[in-house]
Design a protein around this ligand. Structure first.
Ligand code: IPM
Ligand code: MN
Length: 360
């Protein structure tokens, strides 16, 4: 195991616990990776527990610290993600998140205040979402990765409202695209594509309508492409890409796209790759100026909480992405192999079966 955290474990000892008992340390081990675990809302805690079970079965030592955050916590004492908690999170090697959001809290409060705040404040500028499907019944199978820009676009919250609730109401919500933000995301995608056998990268946007943002994305894409002459490139409008995702996903290797297009496309990616219950994601700070965050693409699914129906595979595969980023690629590959053959059953039995495959 790569000893990334010798210093960090020391830091963990001195992490101030908030007076409200925000963090509780589960276990620590010398040389273990220090992981902040945010089970969150709905099925989040259920699937996260299975992910940790599988990582333990694979023999990787994690020093986990649980953070009680999400809609339920907000309703209890008003905390969404305080600056103090954010500072605590910065000292970990990685963050493993289940899901956040609860129907009792208006949409946007927890999403913006917790999930998006972490993405922005920890500078998690790449959202990497892999999609794999084996060939079956006439479909050729696919293996592609979507690189979604994760700190800009319409997610920034630019805009506002005037005369709310009147017939003359005005609402604007802009898309923020900076040269720096787009360039670093596109460069990451080229580097990823360069390391894969097919060496192919597709830019997905809507340059025929979003002419200002699209022009910036296309020019930067072309500029970075000139530095990667052995990566073949393509461009697809996002609406056309939706058709290809359904009819011919095998054409894709790596895709790079903006925050909102990436959000929508990756739900579709999940739907055409065995279902959203298998879709994993990595919110990466590739510059490693802080911890990266790993979460399944699915949400908190409050309708099935407590029914044992939640598929933990997406969370388990997200933990595998975390292990990749922590330098534990061999174990990550082993976990992915254990998930390749789909498992059916209750949340805990799926976790148990995958855990026994990695252990055996
Ligand atoms: C995702 C989710 C989030 C997003 C929500 C919960 C804010 O849908 O990670 O894809 O829109 O990014
Ligand atoms: Mn989404």
């Amino acid at each position: 195991m790569l000893a990334l955290c010798g210093v960090m474990v020391g830091c963990l000892e001195s992490v101030p616990m908030s007076s409200d008992g925000n963090a509780s340390t589960a276990r620590r081990g010398a040389g273990a990776h220090s992981i902040a675990v945010i089970g969150g809302d709905g099925i989040g805690p259920e699937v996260t527990a299975e992910a940790l079970k599988v990582v333990a079965a694979a023999g990787v030592d994690l020093a986990t610290t649980e953070f009680d955050l999400g809609g339920a916590r907000y309703l209890r004492d008003g905390e969404i993600l305080s600056d103090d908690t954010l500072e605590q999170l910065r000292s970990f090697d990685a963050i493993l998140l289940g899901a956040v959001g609860t129907p009792e809290v208006p949409p946007g409060v927890i999403e913006r205040g917790l999930l998006l705040k972490m993405r922005f404040e920890l500078d998690l500028y790449v959202n990497q979402r892999p999609f794999i499907a084996a060939a079956s019944n006439g479909s050729a199978g696919h293996d592609f990765v979507v690189i979604r820009e994760n700190t800009e676009g319409p997610y920034v919250g630019e805009g506002g409202v005037l005369r709310r609730g009147t017939p003359n109401e005005v609402a604007t919500q802009g898309s923020v695209n900076t040269y720096m933000g787009v360039e670093r995301c596109i460069r990451y995608a080229f580097e990823l594509a360069h390391g894969r056998p097919r060496r192919h990268l597709t830019l997905v946007h809507k340059t025929n309508v979003l002419t200002f943002a699209g022009d910036l994305w296309q020019r930067i894409f072309d500029e970075v492409a000139s530095q990667f002459p052995d990566v073949a490139t393509a461009y697809h409008h996002v609406d056309a890409a939706c058709i290809h995702f359904v009819q011919d996903p095998g054409r894709y290797d790596v895709i790079v796209t903006d925050n909102l297009f990436g959000d929508i496309l990756t739900d579709l990616g999940g739907a055409v790759s065995g279902g959203i219950g298998l879709a994993s994601s990595a919110n990466l700070n590739p510059a490693r100026t802080g911890p990266s965050m790993f979460e399944p693409v699915h949400g908190s699914a409050p309708d099935i909480v407590g029914t044992a129906k939640a598929n933990p595979t997406a969370a388990i595969l997200s933990a595998a992405l975390m292990l990749d980023f922590l330098g534990e690629s061999a174990v990550a590959t082993q976990i992915r192999a254990a998930c390749a053959d789909p498992v059916e059953g209750s949340t805990t039995s799926v976790g148990d079966i995958i855990a026994s495959r990695v252990a055996g």
